[in-house]
Design a protein. Structure first.
Length: 256
């Protein structure tokens, strides 16, 4: 018999849920913090991997999905394809457009690295070419990533609480690192093929958790969009919080 009531879908290809298992150990009895294998480096492969887990978890009834970041997209795809297996969806820091979210990230990174002219140029090119065909946009995307991740402070802007960021850094040092090759292949596949998961018909109820200081978007814009779509009672904006509200503020307690 399945012991879990929720399936957690982590932040993206090449990633894992190891830090969530350490940080959120109070939920280990109810949340399946599953790790997608590193060789699942395409959206279809990632979805298929979670599908097999979902099959096992729902033998006695539907389950709830918690999708963080890229995992939110996978959660929506699964809920669309298998509505009878999904009772609820909790989207944590969803990015309705991967490309546009990185444009917003670029604007934030530019503020902490104003001397990096190559970065500023890459951000401008991304923004100017947001309507280009997918392969061209992918080229601008990776040019920006190559410049942005040279900044030693880039990961700090994902957090508001510096003590919590330090705690995250400690967990990172003792945890399995992200497989960058898988991450790059997975995001490139997603950028080029552009699965329209946010246009899918979803029957399960949806709740959204957003960090007020998430560098990937304007908090006011995202709050307004999701509130108009789902109703304010189903959207939780977390003050003084970045891209990891489930860690930084234990925001899952609001919906579990």
């Amino acid at each position: 018999m399945n012991q879990y009531s929720h399936l957690f879908l982590h932040y993206g290809p090449g990633g894992n849920s190891e830090i969530e298992r350490l940080w959120l150990n109070q939920y280990l009895d109810k949340i399946n913090f599953f790790d997608v294998p590193d060789d699942c480096n395409q959206f279809s492969k990632i979805t298929a991997q979670y599908e097999s887990v979902l099959d096992e978890m729902t033998k006695t009834g539907p389950t709830s999905l918690i999708g963080h970041s890229f995992g939110a997209d996978v959660a929506l795809e699964l809920a669309h394809r298998f509505p009878q297996k999904v009772s609820e969806i909790i989207l944590v820091s969803p990015m309705r457009s991967l490309y546009d979210s990185f444009v917003e990230l670029g604007k934030k990174v530019s503020l902490i690295s104003p001397e990096n002219t190559a970065l500023l140029e890459a951000v401008k090119e991304m923004e100017t070419n947001s309507s280009s065909d997918p392969e061209k946009r992918a080229g601008f995307f990776w040019k920006f990533v190559g410049e942005a991740f040279k900044s030693p402070d880039i990961f700090s802007i994902y957090w508001s609480d510096k003590d919590q960021f330090s705690k995250y850094g400690g967990f990172m040092q003792s945890s399995k690192p992200m497989n960058m090759e898988s991450w790059q292949a997975g995001l490139n596949d997603y950028l080029i093929n552009e699965p329209k998961v946010y246009d899918r018909e979803i029957k399960a109820p949806v709740k959204v958790i957003l960090g007020e200081s998430d560098p990937y978007y304007s908090q006011k814009g995202e709050l307004a969009f999701w509130s108009s779509k789902l109703g304010k009672e189903n959207v939780h904006g977390i003050p003084a919080c970045g891209h990891y509200p489930h860690l930084e503020k234990d925001a899952l307690k609001l919906v579990l």
